[in-house]
Design a protein around this ligand. Structure first.
Ligand SMILES: C[S@@+](CC[C@H](N)C(=O)[O-])C[C@H]1O[C@@H](n2cnc3c(N)ncnc32)[C@H](O)[C@@H]1O
Length: 257
């Protein structure tokens, strides 16, 4: 039985905790140097101006990126989840797969839309991808959200899904496939998703990069009704401040009959 969430509140965790730590530590160091430079009475005028501009800018950028990461894990993803799940015409009896479910964000969101259906989440529970990532955390969140009887979690690699062909009505995945660094691995994961999806079944693949690559591959593999979902203004801002490395959006597609 899951043991977290004594307060009964779900905790969907923080993504890429190592990177988040880096931004806050490096930001704090830059801020300290900025303040020391600013208050120094021994530094020459030119060094003082250069130091305050450089370290002040670095501190704002690094701490801002840390705050952006926190906001995206704690708020942006939850809002996006509901919008993405609204794309499915739920009957309530679907069999759903969440690929790279982590602490259960999509898994539980989908389970809340079901009556007699079920959601299975698979993951390798990599700690570098999500803080305190484990199956107990997902189960504990499901318990807190009251959907325990409609979910199941399994340890599995998305490149080798332990399911029969043509099984799931809907496959969802949030911010998980990009963790496969090689394009060939990401294609393997997409092949597996397509394999386990029923004809006419729907995939909703949300990620922070590679969305165009996924759409092109879906087309290559004969998927139909391929659509993009993004917030154009948010996209431009995030791509600019993160140099193109972080712009969450989603692709949906259907398996051809
Ligand atoms: C950033 S987390 C996102 C988790 C969850 N989908 C969410 O949106 O909160 C990425 C997840 O992908 C999982 N993951 C990475 N590579 C995987 C693989 N090859 N097979 C299965 N899961 C994987 C990680 O363990 C992690 O839980």
């Amino acid at each position: 039985m899951a043991s977290e969430n004594i307060q009964g509140k779900p905790n969907y965790g923080i993504d890429a905790p190592g990177l988040l730590r880096f931004f806050f530590i490096a930001g704090a160091v830059a801020l300290t140097i900025f303040l020391v430079t600013l208050c120094s009475s021994t530094l020459g005028q030119l060094i003082k101006i250069t130091g305050t501009v450089v370290f002040g800018t670095a501190a704002i950028y690094l701490l801002g990126m840390g705050c952006l990461m926190l906001y995206s894990s704690k708020a942006m993803k939850l809002k996006d989840r509901e919008k993405l799940l609204d794309l499915v015409q739920w009957s309530g009896s679907e069999l759903v797969l969440d690929v790279g479910c982590g602490r259960g964000l999509m898994l539980i969101g989908a389970a809340k839309r079901l009556t007699s259906g079920k959601v299975i989440g698979i993951d390798l529970w990599q700690q570098q991808d999500q803080a305190n990532n484990n199956s107990d955390a997902a189960l504990s969140n499901a318990e807190a959200e009251g959907v325990m009887e409609r979910i199941e979690v399994k340890t599995a690699d998305m490149r080798q899904l332990p399911f029969l062909d043509d099984l799931f009505d809907v496959v969802v995945s949030s911010w998980a496939v990009h963790n496969l660094e090689a394009e060939a691995d990401r294609e393997k994961a997409l092949d597996e998703i397509i394999r386990v999806l029923k004809p006419n079944g729907m995939i909703i693949l949300s990620d922070i990069v590679y969305q165009l690559e996924y759409a092109k591959y879906f087309e290559l593999r004969g998927m139909v009704n391929i659509r993009f979902y993004n917030n154009a203004i948010r996209d431009v801002i995030l791509k600019t401040v993160t140099f193109g490395s972080f712009a969450p959006s989603a692709v949906s597609a259907y398996k051809n009959v």
